[in-house]
Write a protein that binds this ligand. Structure first.
Ligand code: EPU
Length: 436
């Protein structure tokens, strides 16, 4: 298993380009099965989650291929095995977003029920409620969700809100299924995330009739069939936000290219509040910091609120801010596995129920730490850039799920991130003297 050895502190300077969005690419790949024929998607990052999704589509019967120019092509002429195996779903929960398109295309789907994960329990009840409102018969059988609609789906007015607000993949699932349903579907309390809008735009290019894109009320007029298309996914706003945090924590200056600031308003607002400069520039922005980091409070919310996927990375900034801050995660109230790890790096964080109280410290110190999930591991890398000494980040496979070759992209900017195998890792002298 790979680890990162990260030497700090460093300052980052230069230019970095944001990749296409992982969380747009996954449902768009799933949606490609709605049209027989070959769809080509540009900008799909080369990540382990994308490879798992490609494996899932291949099992269904599709031919999936990375073209020489980097585009991903999905030939969905044949979809004859509508099953999502446990072995695949347990590696990537987002596999659930194949459920809606599969029922719509094949009239039947059998998908392993996703379990919880490091960021919480993560139920799929709203996905299932939405699809059954469209007329699918749903049952749970030996750990698998079986959804059947042999005579097709019917449009309906559906309220899709839940205890934590809207659901991103739940909205995607119901919207994808509704494109081929008979009649009109209205989704109230739809997720407004840019990735949901990207999926809706993709579906409309395929011939779907979706209006209200980007709003909490989506109206979908069912059509008889969709056709394959060529499409480019939007830039990854979470990767962009992570690079912004890296520039800010290292008192550096980064030009972040291929970054849509209009999708990052809440994030940019918080950065400016805590003393970070963000200036629009070209197809992105320049992020820099010269003064101290200031304390603030953050509450994560569905879009356009502050994203839960940047909560951990911002915690590292506030750990070094002058004064006390509070972070509350209202989307995933248990998404705080990074708190104990950041404390091992000399942060002063205290979890109190659904909140984390942060007393700013003057500096962080390198330490061996454990990555628990994708964004928590990104936060550990960001923290390690500013920490004094050596940080060893274990279980780097988590970060490879969402950031393509992050060390190769940050090292030219001044980072010192070394990918090593855990069995041959270089243990810094101070750690060797005090083994865990
Ligand atoms: N929820 C329910 N019932 C459901 C579905 C969701 O109660 O049927 C709850 C969840 O437990 C959570 C809240 O609703 O408390 C929102 O979850 P949502 O369904 O929106 O999450 P998701 O669609 O499973 C996507 C992203 C996540 C991101 C969330 C929130 C993808 C592949 N995943 O997950 O991204 O955190 O939306 O924005 O798009 C990541 O990239 O690291 C990541 C975890």
């Amino acid at each position: 298993m790979d680890i990162f050895r990260i030497e700090g502190p460093v300052q980052l300077y230069g230019s970095v380009t944001v990749n296409g969005s992982k969380n747009s690419s996954l449902p768009i790949m799933a949606a490609s099965i709605l049209a027989a024929g070959k769809t080509t998607i540009s900008g799909v990052p080369n990540l382990s989650d994308i490879r798992v999704c490609a494996e899932l589509l291949s099992q269904l019967g599709c031919l999936v291929q990375r073209e020489e120019n980097g585009d991903l092509s999905i030939d969905a002429t044949v979809v004859d095995n509508p099953v999502g195996d446990y072995e695949i779903v347990r590696r990537m929960r987002a596999s659930i977003c194949i459920l809606g398109p599969l029922v719509a295309r094949c009239g039947r789907a059998q998908i392993s029920m996703p379990g919880g994960c490091a960021i919480g329990v993560r139920p799929v009840d709203i996905h299932l409620r939405g699809l059954s409102e469209l007329g699918a018969h749903i049952r749970l059988e030996n750990g698998y969700i079986v959804a059947e609609a042999p005579n097709g789906l019917r449009g309906k007015e559906i309220f899709l809100g839940g205890p934590f607000g809207s659901t991103v993949l739940g909205t995607g699932n119901v919207m994808m299924a509704a494109t081929l349903a008979k009649g009109k579907t209205v989704i109230e309390s739809a997720a407004c995330e840019p990735e949901v809008a990207d999926l809706a735009n993709f579906l409309n290019e395929m011939g779907a009739k979706i209006s209200g894109i980007g709003s909490p009320r989506l109206v979908i007029e069912g059509v008889k069939e969709l056709h394959p298309v060529n499409y480019t996914v939007i830039p990854d706003r979470i990767e962009a936000g992570t690079f912004m945090c890296a520039a800010a924590i290292t008192s550096g200056e980064l030009q972040i290219r291929n970054c849509r600031l209009d999708c990052l308003m809440a994030v940019v607002d918080k950065l400016r509040n805590i003393g970070v400069t963000v200036e629009p520039s070209g197809d992105g922005c320049i992020v820099s910091r010269t003064g101290p980091l200031l304390a603030t409070d953050i509450i994560t919310q569905p879009y356009p609120g502050f994203p839960t996927d940047l909560q951990a990375q911002f915690m590292t900034l506030l750990a070094l801010a002058d004064g006390n801050s509070i972070i509350v995660d209202k989307v995933f109230p248990d998404r705080f596995m990074h708190v104990a790890e950041l404390n091992r790096m000399a942060a002063n964080l205290r979890k109190e129920g659904p909140a984390v109280l942060i007393s700013g410290v003057k500096k962080l110190m390198g330490a061996p730490v454990m990555a628990s999930d994708l964004r928590a591991s990104a936060a550990l890398v960001v923290a390690a850039l500013a920490a004094e000494g050596t940080t060893i980040v274990n279980r780097v496979y988590h970060i490879d799920r969402g950031y393509e070759k992050i060390e190769q992209r940050l090292n030219p900017l001044g980072a010192k991130i070394y990918r090593e195998n855990e069995h041959v890792k270089t243990v810094p002298a101070v750690l060797a003297a005090n083994p865990e």
